[in-house]
Design a protein around this ligand. Structure first.
Ligand code: SF4
Ligand code: SF4
Length: 175
C-alpha cells in the first residue's frame, strides 16, 4: 500500500481534539500544528504536508502519543513523514535528512557520535565546499571548551551497532 495511504489509515480514528497540539513542546515553531497536519493527511493534501516543516521539527518526545485520547502512534507518524521526505530526497528537507543520516552513520560505526567525524560526513553529503566555513567559529568555540574532541574519522564498513541497525530497519520495513 502507498505509504501516505497507510498513514491515512493509521490516523483515521483522529477526532481533531487538538490534544497533540496542546502537548507538543515544539508547536510554537511549527507552521502547521500537529492537529492540522493530521487533518492534511486525512484530506490527502500531500502538497500541504510536504510544504510544511512540522514533522521535521518533531523531536520525538512522545508527549502527543502518550496523551492522544484515540491512542494513535503520532510520534511514529511524524517519523514516517520524515522517512518519506528522505526517501524522496525532497529538496526542502535535504539539509535535515543529510544531517540526521550523517549523525546516525557515526553512531552506527562507534556506538556513539564522534562529533568531528559526524560533521565531516555531513559536509561531504552536502557537497558544498564553503559549508564548513559557516561552522568554523562554532567549532572553535566548542573545541576551546573541550566540548568537541578532534578525532580522525574511522574507516567506513563494519560498525559496532550493525546488528541493531539492521534489526531496526527490518522492523521499520514491516510497519
Ligand atoms: S490528540 Fe489524537 S485524536 Fe486528538 S487531534 Fe491529535 S491525533 Fe487527533
Ligand atoms: S513527539 Fe513530536 S509532535 Fe509529538 S509532542 Fe513530541 S515533538 Fe511534538
Amino acid at each position: 500500500m502507498d505509504e501516505l495511504l497507510q498513514l491515512k489509515t493509521m490516523l483515521n480514528p483522529c477526532i481533531q481534539c487538538g490534544t497533540c497540539t496542546a502537548s507538543c513542546p515544539n508547536e510554537v515553531d511549527m507552521d502547521l500544528v500537529p492537529r492540522k497536519l493530521w487533518r492534511m493527511v486525512l484530506m490527502d493534501r500531500h502538497e500541504a504536508i510536504f510544504d510544511s516543516r512540522t514533522f521535521i521539527l518533531c523531536s520525538s518526545c512522545y508527549l502527543c502519543t502518550l496523551r492522544c485520547p484515540r491512542g494513535l502512534p503520532l510520534t511514529a507518524a511524524m517519523a514516517r513523514l520524515k522517512a518519506i521526505a528522505a526517501k524522496r530526497d525532497l529538496a526542502k528537507y535535504r539539509k535535515s535528512t543529510r544531517f540526521y543520516k550523517s549523525f546516525m552513520e557515526s553512531v552506527r560505526r562507534h556506538g556513539r557520535v564522534r562529533e568531528g567525524e559526524f560533521m565531516g560526513l555531513y559536509f561531504l553529503a552536502m557537497k558544498n565546499p564553503l559549508l564548513p566555513l559557516s561552522f568554523a567559529s562554532l567549532g572553535i568555540q566548542l573545541m576551546k571548551k573541550n566540548k568537541v574532541a578532534f578525532e580522525l574519522p574511522a574507516k567506513p564498513g563494519i560498525g559496532n551497532l550493525d546488528r541493531l541497525f539492521k534489526k531496526v530497519a527490518e522492523i521499520e520495513e514491516a510497519l
